[in-house]
Write a protein that binds this ligand. Structure first.
Ligand SMILES: Nc1ncnc2c1ncn2[C@@H]1O[C@H](COP(=O)(O)OP(=O)(O)OP(=O)(O)O)[C@@H](O)[C@H]1O
Ligand SMILES: O=P(O)(O)OC[C@H]1O[C@H](OP(=O)(O)OP(=O)(O)O)[C@H](O)[C@@H]1O
Ligand SMILES: O=C(O)c1cccnc1
Length: 464
């Protein structure tokens, strides 16, 4: 496509594309946006190396003149995005790329790749956070992730979404995420009995969590952990024990009793084994005495919904006279019809308590802050509507790159995590429950809606 645009002389025409997804993942009421930092790294490093060019010329078969064009390629578009940790919804622009058509086109798949995966994992993590309240959540997924890149960036997204720490030390190093972990069954198997294994571990570690289910949790694992903790006394910090199999409600209650009877009332019980938000909720309902949850496979692979369907759609293009024209993709499926025009997403909240009223998607030249009253209506079922007074409107798309230059200063990972947490606070509980949440209003301004209808009408007229 780049070559076509270039040979036909439209590569430098101005275009605008927007990224959005049509359906919230996991039947959740919201998503947590993540992926921007990787996009920033990608755009900052976007160029064709001599090695790339040689491959494109000799193996893929591009002509030398196009190869020269690619050699000189520099990303000069403007990219706007919502912040990482922002609570976001379906059918609203999350990223907007505005600039030469060829630049916008090149980045499509990379942007979608990064946003789709990381937003999915941050959202899954937030669902888990919502069911554990203040318990500790540990990310244990690297061994099951779809390869090492996903483990790293998935861990970062999980931390943004509400996990406390990770067993991926590289992710800890690169992103500044706390690292935490226990030990595996192999350590106990290497010594062939719990006592020698725990003792060896205790002699080489200060903070100790013993894995107690290798042979028999209640008859050997826990009593042995207690014995070693007593023998080592102040030489170690006996953090607790981990259980990784069996009926975790029943076992955790018995483990709690054993620890308490031995005087270790502060010792924590860690649990792992195929956990997700459903199992955790169920274990809590059964009164399981678990303080820390180690979650791997079902988090890092977004097990129950392994893909978020974000798309990249052109919303405006410069015509041969240099005039920007809004453009649309029409479909017989109403959900798949794109919304034309360059847009901003305004988060509307009540002035009195900062609580969410909905998102208001308006054309770029509109400013709902100037309105005394805001009329909001459902973009499909237009009879569902409300008129607001005393509202605040916050534009959530912000400049990240302006004409190819980064203007955005990335927050720290802990600022992003806190942002996600605070953002969720402004959302009503009805949108946050993990089962059958209310639909959050994502509405079009009247002008944006009329523009879309007019363009659909004009196109149908032309075809007919
Ligand atoms: N009380 C419980 N209520 C509901 N689910 C539970 C309960 N206890 C454990 N589970 C879940 O049931 C599943 C048990 O899986 P599975 O039978 O493979 O494990 P296991 O036999 O206990 O251990 P192993 O990993 O050694 O095979 C896990 O997903 C676990 O999280
Ligand atoms: O269950 P997950 O949520 O993926 O959490 C990570 C799992 O990884 C480890 O198991 P391991 O790879 O040793 O295999 P196991 O299932 O046989 O214990 C650990 O003991 C957890 O059970
Ligand atoms: O116990 C742990 O620390 C652990 C287990 C599995 C995967 N990652 C970490």
């Amino acid at each position: 496509m780049m070559e076509t645009y270039w040979r036909k002389g439209i590569d430098q025409r101005k275009a605008i594309f927007e990224v959005y997804f049509r359906k919230l993942p996991f039947e959740n009421g919201y998503a947590i946006f993540a992926g921007l930092q990787r996009i920033i790294n990608y755009i900052n490093n976007l160029h064709f190396t001599e090695n790339d060019l040689e491959y494109l010329e000799t193996e893929v078969g591009y002509n030398a003149d196009f190869i020269d064009y690619l050699r000189n390629f520099k990303f000069t578009a403007t990219l706007r995005a919502v912040s990482e940790g922002e609570v976001v919804f379906n059918n609203e622009p999350l990223i907007q790329v505005e600039g030469p058509l060829v630049d916008c086109q090149l980045v499509e798949t990379a942007l979608l790749n990064m946003v789709n995966y990381q937003t999915l994992i941050a959202t899954k993590a937030a669902r888990m956070r919502s069911v554990v309240n203040n318990d500790t959540l540990l990310e244990f997924g690297t061994r099951r992730a779809q390869e090492t890149d996903a483990a790293l960036w998935g861990t970062r997204a999980a931390y943004i979404g509400g996990f406390d720490a990770t067993s991926n030390v590289r992710a800890g190093k690169i992103f500044g995420i706390p690292v935490s972990g226990t030990h595996a069954h192999a350590l106990v198997q290497a010594y062939r009995n719990d006592y020698e294994a725990f003792k060896a571990y205790a002699e080489t570690h200060r903070d100790c969590v013993f894995l107690v289910d290798t042979f028999d949790t209640l008859k050997s694992g826990v009593p042995t952990a207690i014995r070693v903790a007593k023998e080592m006394g102040d030489k170690i910090n006996f953090v607790g024990v981990r259980i990784d199999s069996g009926d975790m409600a029943y076992i955790s209650k018995r483990v709690r009793e054993q620890l308490d009877e031995a005087g270790f009332t502060d010792a924590k019980i860690f649990a792992s084994n195929d956990l997700d938000e459903k199992t955790i909720t169920n274990l809590k309902m059964q009164g399981a005495k678990i303080d820390s949850w180690g979650v791997g496979t079902k988090l890092i692979t977004a097990f129950d919904q392994p893909a978020l369907g974000a798309v990249y759609k052109m919303v405006a293009i410069e015509d041969e006279n240099g005039i920007m024209e809004d453009t649309i993709k029409i479909s017989s499926n109403a959900e798949k019809v794109s919304t034309p025009g360059k847009k901003q997403v305004w988060r509307i909240t009540r002035k009195s308590d900062g609580k969410s009223e909905g998102d208001y998607i308006a054309l770029w030249d509109e400013n709902p802050r100037l309105e005394k009253e805001l009329y909001m209506f459902h973009p499909q079922y237009t009879y569902i509507n409300k008129t607001l007074q005393d509202f605040d409107a916050r534009p959530i798309l912000q400049d990240i790159f302006v004409q190819g230059k980064q203007v955005y200063i990335s927050p720290t990972i802990d600022e992003i995590k806190k942002y996600a947490h605070d953002n969720l606070d402004s959302l009503w509980e009805e949108y946050k429950r993990d089962l059958n949440p209310q639909e959050y209003p994502v509405d079009l301004s009247q002008k944006c809606y009329d523009n879309k209808m007019k363009i659909i009408h004009d196109i149908h007229g032309k075809i007919n």
